[in-house]
Each structure stands twice: as structure tokens, then as C-alpha cells.
Design a protein around this ligand. Structure first.
Ligand SMILES: [Zn+2]
Length: 451
């Protein structure tokens, strides 16, 4: 009760004060009018204060809107593509905890189907352009010229030959996105070191044989933060090199799978530390799988010899390209058809589903081994290659990976397999960039997106 009384007392005192104030204000107001504004009336002070508060409020609202706008600018979609060369869809049964966390927080595909041939450069360019190799023209890791009878002998050599990548109608995403106002960068990624339609990515690191995944991640993070890049392609070759040298399921290769996973974990942690995890979409892909070699067949000395050809691509691998002399065409064809575990196709016979016919760089004949069998075409040295790739992309052993997480992707979603040309339209959709004409389709892959 006492409290109640006191409350009423207080209330009445306040009433009185308020009335007093009102009276005083009125008096002051009357007075000020009479003496010509010599004293500031109380009501004017209140209006002035309210006006100042209102102006301040407007300024605060404008400020908040500006910051929100700037944040929206900052939060435009960003993508980092991590390409682990040779990571097979089944991860070679090695536990990859960082990659597993990407699948849990985001999406994965059962597998990703390479384009033919399941070689590195053709597939990395398919991922970047959405085109089959017959459409983008990077029809082999090796750069060759049938007319001039020349060829490169290493993957690295081809990475600096502009014309091999710069073809009419062919534009990788780092160029298309740059045209659309995004800042782009490529780290050792094939095609990133050459000029395409006289353009390059904003930033590029040339192919380096010894670079670790963590080296690449450090550069990518610096670009995303300091240089405000929106799209980065990061490539690492270590796993593929080790698989070639030691074979599938070797302790050495398994150790590098772990190393790749550590590098990926390092990237995820860095994104988290720099509060980029909610703004950067991470896409982890590979170009093809790997399989141990079971049989090596020398091409020459089995009824055909070097003189029968205008051109042959010297390789140690599952497939090669041949240009028999016109008059030898049928003999060569019939002879090569007899080699067990190999398929020989005249250009016009190459199965349509390989999408490997409609390009003038492809000479008149393709020879392709069954899984495990490789050709030695014109190379004298005995090779120490234990495992390789390049076989028909329909073999599960050639299938690659697709994992992704970030604001654009659902959580914990598993997609059925799709072809790697579908990654390009998917990335265009995330960035809001109009895709160039391509062979991909959004039908399957857009199920992985939140919108
Ligand atoms: Zn590769």
C-alpha cells in the first residue's frame, strides 16, 4: 500500500510539474512575441530539438542504407573453384574429412563424367567453357599440328600456346565474367596463362610444378580479400603426378590424397577466419580419375610402320590420333583393327557420344584402348608410368568429383552424376552472368542450388 500511495504522490507531483511547465511555456511564448523574439520560447526549443533529432535520424537511416548497399556490393556472389588433378569419384577409398564436410554443409555429385578424352587440359577447359573438346578445340594435352607434323611432348608446353586455347566462339568463364564486371583470377589453371580474345584474367599465377595446395590457397585468399576478386580458379597437379609415378592405391598416392584434403581444410578454415565462409561458394572438382596400366602395346611393328603415316601423335597412353597416308588408309585401318583390346575409328565413325568428331584439329583416325591398355606410339624409352587416364569417359574409373558449399548451394544434398560441361552454366547462374553458347545444361545441376 505504501508504495501505492507514494506512486500517487509522485504522479500528482509530476502532473503539477507538467502543468507548471505548460503554463510557463505559454507565458514565455506570449512574452517573447511581445518583445520580438529576444528570448527563445520553450516550444521552439522542443521543435528545434525534435528537428535536430529528426535530421539525425534521417542521417542515420541514410547511413544504414548506404552501409547495407555497400554490403550488398561486397556480398555479390563469389566463387573459388579448386581443381584437384586426378581425384577419382571414389577418392581412392581414402578418407577426406575436409571434403566430407563440404558434402555435409553443401552438395556433392555421385560422380562427374569427364568429356572425351579423359585427359587434363581438355577437361579443365570443358569445366571453364561448358564445351566438349570438339567444340573448344583443346582436343589433347599435347599441342600438335598435322600439316606441319609438329607436336609438344609435355602438358606444360601446351599451357603457353595461345592459339591452342584461343579459338573462335570459345571463352572461359574468367573472361566472360570479367567482361560482366567481375574480377577474376587463375592460379596455374590451364588456359589462364594465355590471352583469349586479347583478354586475360585480372590476376594469374603461371603453372608451377612444385606448388603445394596450401601455396595456392594462400594466394587465392589474398586475392579474395586484398584484391576483392570474385572468381578464382585454383589448380593443383600433385595428385596426378604421384598417381602416374606410383599408381592407384600406392601409399605415396594415398598420402597425396590426404595432402589435398589438408589443403582444402586449410582453405575452409581461412575462409572461416576471414568471415568469408558465408559469401564465397567453394566448388571442388577434378578433371578425371585414374587407373593402373595393365598392358602396353607398341603401335609400330605390328604390321604398320612410321612411313604409313602423314602424322601420328607420339604418346604413351590410352588413345592417339593418326593421319595415315591416303593410299595406306584402308590397310592401316584393317591392320590396327586386329589389335586386341583396342578400337580403331575413322574420324566419321567416332561414336557420337564421345563428341570428338567435329573439329578440324582431329585427324582422320582415332585408336582407343580398353581400360588398362595403353599404346606406346613412337617413343623409344621404356616408361615408368604406372597409372594413367584418357580412356572412354564412360568407365567409372575415369569419373571425377564435384563437391560444393556456400550461399548458393543446398545443405547435405546429393546429386546424381552429370557431365562436367554442366558446371559452366551452373557457375554462370550463381554469378548472374549470361552464359556463352555451350554444351552444358542446367537441368540436373540446378537441383543443387537454393534458388
Ligand atoms: Zn589431369
Amino acid at each position: 500500500m505504501a508504495n501505492s500511495v507514494n506512486y500517487h504522490v509522485l504522479e500528482s507531483e509530476m502532473d503539477s510539474m507538467l502543468h507548471d511547465t505548460d503554463d510557463a511555456t505559454l507565458k514565455e511564448e506570449t512574452h517573447s512575441h511581445s518583445i520580438g523574439m529576444r528570448k527563445t520560447p520553450m516550444k521552439s526549443i522542443i521543435i528545434m530539438v525534435l528537428s535536430i533529432v529528426l535530421v539525425l535520424l534521417i542521417l542515420v537511416v541514410i547511413g544504414v542504407l548506404s552501409v547495407t548497399y555497400l554490403n550488398c556490393q561486397d556480398e555479390k556472389p563469389k566463387i573459388i573453384v579448386v581443381l584437384v588433378d586426378g581425384l577419382r569419384w571414389d577418392l581412392y577409398n581414402v578418407s577426406m574429412s575436409a571434403l566430407k564436410s563440404v558434402a555435409e554443409n553443401g552438395v556433392r555429385a555421385e560422380s562427374m563424367v569427364p568429356t572425351f578424352p579423359s585427359l587434363s587440359s581438355p577437361n579443365m577447359y570443358s569445366i571453364a567453357t561448358g564445351l566438349f573438346s570438339e567444340s573448344h578445340g583443346v582436343v589433347h594435352n599435347l599441342v600438335f599440328d598435322v600439316e606441319n607434323k609438329t607436336q609438344s611432348h609435355s602438358f606444360e608446353e601446351g599451357l603457353t600456346v595461345d592459339y591452342w586455347w584461343d579459338q573462335p566462339g570459345v571463352e572461359p568463364l574468367w573472361i566472360t565474367a570479367r567482361r560482366a564486371g567481375f574480377k577474376t583470377g587463375t592460379i596455374m589453371y590451364p588456359g589462364g596463362s594465355v590471352s583469349i580474345k586479347e583478354m586475360r584474367p585480372n590476376k594469374n599465377v603461371f603453372y608451377s610444378f612444385n606448388a603445394t595446395m596450401k601455396d595456392g590457397v594462400d594466394i587465392a585468399i589474398e586475392w579474395l580479400i586484398d584484391d576483392d576478386l570474385d572468381l578464382v580458379f585454383l589448380y593443383n597437379t600433385s595428385l596426378d603426378d604421384t598417381l602416374h609415378q606410383y599408381g592407384v592405391n600406392s601409399p605415396q598416392a594415398d598420402a597425396v590424397v590426404k595432402e589435398m584434403d589438408d589443403g582444402l581444410g586449410y582453405l575452409l578454415q581461412k575462409l572461416e577466419n576471414h568471415t568469408l565462409a558465408n559469401s564465397v561458394n567453394v566448388i571442388v572438382v577434378s578433371d578425371h580419375g585414374h587407373h593402373n596400366i595393365t598392358e602396353v602395346v607398341p603401335l609400330f611393328g605390328r604390321g604398320v610402320n612410321r612411313d604409313d603415316f602423314e602424322f601420328y601423335l607420339e604418346v604413351y597412353g590410352p588413345m592417339t590420333l593418326l593421319q595415315p597416308k591416303e593410299e595406306k588408309m584402308d590397310d592401316v585401318y584393317e591392320t590396327l583393327k586386329k589389335i586386341e583390346h583396342f578400337h580403331v575409328y575413322k574420324k566419321e565413325e567416332i561414336p557420337k557420344d564421345l563428341h570428338y568428331r567435329n573439329n578440324e584439329r582431329i585427324p582422320s583416325m582415332l585408336i582407343l584402348g580398353d581400360l588398362g591398355t595403353v599404346l606406346n606410339v613412337g617413343l623409344n624409352s621404356s616408361s615408368t608410368v604406372r597409372s594413367t587416364h584418357g580412356w572412354n569417359s564412360s568407365y567409372m574409373e575415369m569419373h571425377s568429383v564435384f563437391y560444393a558449399q556456400g550461399p548458393a548451394f543446398k545443405e547435405g544434398f546429393m546429386s546424381k552424376s552429370f557431365t562436367n560441361v554442366d558446371v559452366y552454366p551452373l557457375m554462370c547462374k550463381i554469378l548472374g552472368v549470361t552464359p556463352r553458347p555451350n554444351n552444358g545444361t542446367l537441368d540436373i545441376v540446378q537441383n543443387m542450388l537454393t534458388t
